[in-house]
Design a protein around this ligand. Structure first.
Ligand code: 5AD
Ligand code: SF4
Length: 444
């Protein structure tokens, strides 16, 4: 039996790719182990979205350098970005594969097993998506489904079009079939994945767009929650909100990355929308029948961002009142149009802006979460926290709600399997900036 160790960096697309890679390896007779030390084959599924993520990977590779009789492989975005240069920088690496070549992973492994070194899968010239029935899913209740791979946008800061290749969508039939199969296997939450799910276009004659697909996945029997990530404001149409309004199964949560609140910076970023156009999408959500939680991504310190531009971003936070944000300092990436821009912002200034932004948002979140105290939320129970004795639940709006249950009359503890994966109503009793606390009144 051959063993492998796989460590994943980066986004949910990568996490799900790893689930598919693991399925592929297991089918080839490999078994997964928990440490690199115990493995014959050590794989890193890598991220290069910011310099820090990339450095982490090379640091890991450095650690493995001295070990003999192991095969090292680099998968994912750093693999695609650096290609054969990885063999020079880390000569103990034998396999370098970008995500657009995972359909060939089986063949590449055969070559590795035959003793070949410096094996690569780096072509981006593909129409295929990576589909396999062998996906090894980690969470027994929530499952990812990739609906579209790659990205055809050209945001000036972003490596993804270079690391994940051109857009290609799966057929609606294969997506629906996968959702139905997951439901039959006890999964109740589906998360649809893509770098830009809004530009989904069914390649089969049905020709569905994203809103149509969303509606259909939300109608699969046994599926109780559907989320999707990530969206691009330019391709985000009102039909998506209409679908959410129509169908309770579609979670009332939308992640809509804005990146900047300044139309001038948005133009420099090549985002293809203005602040006003973005705000129109926000209006659709605020006017929806359901109370839709909105989150976003923001980059501070893009080249040329002035104090005034940054002020526009802060004011956008106040206007939208996001339920949560992910915020980053701009990081120069290879191949990207912004790399050569003058007017790079000094690191200290980026840090200063990031701190201001995060403090502003923290107060907004505290306020929004406090408004929920006293109300009732349905949670999917995802786990428990042994140190606090609380169960960990997630609301449809994607908030974490830690809660306790009433003691059982006979004093026994509730078995985990009675709780995890269940949907329960919880009364919110307290709020923090990043989570809620509550009590579940019904006897379990
Ligand atoms: N520097 C900083 N943040 C970036 N992101 C993408 N590229 C960069 C970069 N070069 C952020 C964007 C994107 C999120 C996934 O990562 O906000 O939405
Ligand atoms: Fe990182 Fe982007 Fe690649 Fe995801 S797609 S792993 S975020 S570089």
């Amino acid at each position: 039996m051959k063993s492998f160790y796989l460590e994943t960096f980066g986004c949910q697309m990568n996490v799900h790719d790893s689930e598919k890679v693991i399925g592929t390896l297991e089918q080839r007779g490999y078994s997964q182990v928990d440490t690199a030390d115990a493995a014959d084959l050590v794989l890193y599924n890598t991220c290069s979205i910011r310099d820090k993520a990339e450095q982490k990977v090379f640091h890991r590779l450095q650690e493995g350098k001295r070990v003999k009789n192991k095969v090292f492989g680099v998968l994912g975005c750093v693999a695609q970005q650096e290609g054969e240069k990885i063999f020079e920088r880390a000569p103990h690496v034998s396999l370098v594969v970008g995500s657009a070549s995972y359909t060939k992973l089986g063949e590449l492994l055969v070559r590795i097993e035959a003793g070949e070194r410096k094996v690569t899968g780096l072509s981006l010239d593909t129409e295929d998506t990576f589909e396999t029935p062998l996906t090894r899913r980690d969470n027994p209740h929530r499952a990812y489904i990739t609906i579209i791979e790659g990205c055809d946008k050209s945001c000036a800061y972003c490596v993804v079009p270079f690391t994940r290749g051109p857009e290609r969508s799966r057929t609606s039939q294969s997506v629906i079939d996968e959702a139905a199969k997951l439901a039959a296997n006890g999964y109740s939450e589906i998360q649809l994945l893509g770098q830009n799910v809004n530009s989904y276009r069914d390649p089969s004659p049905a020709g569905w767009d994203f809103a149509r697909l969303l509606d259909a996945v939300g109608s699969v029997e046994g599926i109780r929650r559907v989320r999707f990530t990530t969206s691009h404001p330019r391709d985000f149409v009102k039909e998506i909100i209409d679908a959410i309004d129509r169908n309770e199964v579609l979670c009332n949560q939308v992640h809509l990355p804005v990146q900047s609140g300044s139309s001038r910076v948005l133009a420099a970023m090549q985002r293809q929308y203005t602040r006003d156009q973005y705000m129109q999408r926000i209006e659709w959500m605020k006017n929806a029948k359901r109370n839709i939680a909105i989150s976003t991504d923001i980059i501070v310190g893009f080249p040329g961002e002035t104090d005034e531009d940054f002020e526009h971003t802060l004011r956008l936070l106040d206007e939208v009142e996001y339920d949560s944000i992910f915020s980053f300092k701009y990081s120069q990436r290879p191949n990207t149009p912004a790399l050569k821009l003058e007017d790079q912002i000094p690191e200290e200034e980026k840090s200063r802006r990031l701190t201001i932004l995060q403090e502003r948002q923290r107060a907004i979140q505290m306020r929004r979460n406090t408004n929920l105290v006293g109300g009732r939320q349905e949670v999917l129970v995802e786990g428990s926290n042994s140190s606090t004795g609380q169960w960990i639940g997630r609301t449809s709006q994607n908030r974490i709600l830690n809660f306790t249950t009433a003691p059982r009359p006979d004093g026994t503890a509730i078995p985990r399997e009675r709780m995890i994966g269940n949907y329960l109503p919880v009364r919110v009793t307290r709020a923090g900036p990043n989570s809620l606390v509550g009590e579940c009144a019904i006897a379990v």
